[in-house]
Design a protein around this ligand. Structure first.
Ligand code: SF4
Length: 289
């Protein structure tokens, strides 16, 4: 079924700060869904809490705004209930790599057929700029007035080692490239991570759009082979090994592997929603209302 960007637009006024990288990310996501012709009623966008949590308010598909760090458990539950849906989970670096990191590790090792998009702006934006797991060493924030002293969480390396079967990183300063990565992730059968450099222009005065523009380069231009796990690991460590002077974007790693839901005997070949189960919730409602 053909759909257009207009079909995916909503009337709601977008609340992000002017110049925020989220605008470009949103455009790339809508472009990917439109080009793939994903029917709106068969697409669900699940978010957590944070500026990224607004994304599903701004796309005319089904949506679910969950709790902080709980994007992936909700998304995997939706996928298990109806395997025919396209399920996209979204959250920020604090949401996904901080409070939600245990879900990230376990859901990707199971290889659910999900796309996970992380708006990685290297701090907590909605709460006005505290250090997050991906804040760079030395970065001064409200919670680190003398600078970050921790080693940053490396989402790409953790995803490759943790069992994700499509691992990519994009930059909101290159929306056409980002759209291609989103399309690849959505089409991929298995757990797909797209970590996105998404500058927070209001609170992150270190990792600005210009900062990224000077450092990013495309893996495909460097003839990287995304089927080579060792090469992918090396590329995943290039940021820290070059003291953040070179930051590759593109597809780091991909492999084919059966998805969790395809191996689950109870729903093999027939989604849960088609099992015709009758559940009487009236007693539970009586007890808790
Ligand atoms: Fe974007 Fe930062 Fe504003 Fe949030 S606080 S909308 S991440 S610029």
């Amino acid at each position: 079924m053909a759909i257009t960007i207009n079909d995916l637009n909503v009337k709601e006024k977008i609340q992000w700060c002017p110049g925020c990288g989220n605008f470009s990310l949103l455009a790339a996501l809508k472009g990917a869904l439109a080009e793939l012709g994903k029917p709106q009623h068969e697409t669900v966008i699940v978010t957590g809490i944070g500026c990224s949590g607004k994304t599903n308010h701004y796309v005319n598909t089904y949506g679910f705004e969950s709790l902080h760090g709980r994007t992936l458990p909700v998304a995997s539950g939706i996928k298990l209930a109806n395997t025919s849906l396209t399920v996209i989970a979204e959250g920020g670096d604090g949401d996904g790599y901080g409070i939600g990191v245990e879900h990230f590790m376990h859901i990707m090792r199971r290889n659910y057929d999900l796309t996970y998009i992380v708006h990685d702006n290297q701090l907590y934006g909605l709460t006005t700029g505290q250090a997050s797991p991906t804040s760079l060493p030395g970065m001064k924030t409200k919670t680190t007035p003398w600078g970050v002293i921790e080693t940053p969480f490396n989402p790409i390396l953790n995803a490759i080692n943790g069992g994700a079967t499509y691992v990519a990183r994009g930059f909101t300063g290159d929306p056409a490239h980002l759209k291609q990565l989103f399309k690849g992730a959505i089409e991929h059968k298995g757990f797909a991570l797209v970590d996105v450099f998404q500058p927070c222009v209001t609170f992150n005065k270190l990792n600005t759009p210009e900062w990224f523009r000077e450092r990013v380069y495309k893996l495909e231009d460097a003839k990287h082979n995304p089927k080579d796990r060792s090469a992918a690991r090396e590329k995943a460590e290039e940021d820290s090994k070059t003291d953040y002077k070179r930051c590759p974007i593109g597809l780091f790693y991909t492999e084919e592997k059966p998805t969790y839901e395809s191996l689950l005997p109870q729903i093999k070949g027939r989604p849960l929603v088609e099992h015709g189960m009758k559940i009487d919730l009236s007693k539970a409602y009586e007890e808790f209302m």
